[in-house]
Design a protein around this ligand. Structure first.
Ligand code: ADP
Length: 279
């Protein structure tokens, strides 16, 4: 008997047509500063990912999705489930599911480091400390989304004043022999302070160390409000800056683990969330 394609499930038909039963879930993290997209194959293998340095309200999300699809050699029709997260998550019309970035970073960090109990996420416009339990469930969190100090924005502003890229801050910090203390807690005043230090011809590397220390002091006080339970993992874009990570380790007196895909941590968590819904 010849099988009628209409009466079979789509997957069955694809199997007969020689296609695989691979399933793809996509996580889209629309941040304030950057748009991130990650595609998971069968809930395990990352086959495509992209970070575009434009956030919500821009072409960034669409470009991140296109770039991740291109990297994976897939089209939108191949994606079984799309989960959006991040500051601009509600603007993404193609989403099957929407989850908060707190949940997304908790899920992502737990999948990468199941032992993690505290997740510190510093993004472009906010910073969060998240408590995760043994099952990877978010138990508690504290957040700073009121003040640019202690966020990626602070580092972006300082890097611009120093005529550096944010990606260059870590290597400057590594060369510093000491730190020039930044006493202002407000980003605008701290920027003026950095400019006045530059006028005094201070060593730029030491200035960068001081800037990192300033972010670490802010982040540590946030994390202490939650209570720092080890192991501690850092995710988000700023975790790529080893200078900030080391400064935070000194400030908290703990060791901090960072994934090489830290900036994609939220998109990864969102893709896992979607995968759980379809598997
Ligand atoms: P959001 O989700 O709020 O858009 P992200 O988690 O994507 O934020 O982080 C954005 C921040 O990450 C930027 O403000 C910048 O300071 C920092 N960042 C981005 N790329 C790098 C890099 N290569 N090295 C160091 N820091 C970086």
């Amino acid at each position: 008997m010849v099988a009628d394609k209409c009466s079979m499930g789509k997957e069955h038909a694809e199997l007969i047509a020689g296609k695989t039963q691979d399933k793809y879930s996509m996580g889209v993290d629309i941040g304030s500063t950057a748009s991130k997209c990650l595609i998971l194959k069968n809930g395990k293998e990352t086959v495509g990912s992209a970070v575009i340095n434009s956030g919500t309200g821009t072409s960034g999300p669409g470009r991140a999705v296109s770039a991740a699809l291109e990297m994976a050699g897939l089209s939108m029709e191949d994606i079984s489930c799309i989960t959006a997260t991040g500051y601009g998550r509600n603007t993404f019309e193609d989403a099957d599911y929407i989850i908060s970035e707190l949940s997304a970073h908790a899920i992502g960090a737990h999948a990468l480091f199941p032992e993690a109990r505290t997740v510190i996420d510093i993004g472009g416009q906010d910073a969060k400390a998240i408590r995760v339990n043994e099952q990877g469930k978010l138990e508690n969190f504290v957040m700073n989304d009121k003040c640019a100090a202690g966020t990626g924005r602070f580092l972006d502003v300082m890097a611009r004043v120093l005529e550096l890229k944010v990606s260059e801050l870590e290597s400057c910090d590594a060369k510093a022999e000491s730190a020039v203390r930044i006493s202002s807690t407000c980003t605008v005043f701290a920027e003026s302070e950095v400019i006045s230090q530059l006028a005094k011809n201070v060593d730029i590397n030491c200035l960068v160390r001081g800037i990192h220390d300033s972010v670490a002091v802010r982040t540590a006080s946030l994390a202490r409000r939650l209570g720092v339970e080890e192991p501690v993992v850092m995710s988000g874009g700023v975790a790529q800056n080893g200078g900030v990570v080391r400064a935070l380790e000194r400030e908290l007196g703990v060791s901090i683990t960072v994934s090489p895909i830290s900036q994609l941590g939220g998109a990864f968590g969102a893709a896992i969330h979607g995968w759980k819904k379809i598997s």
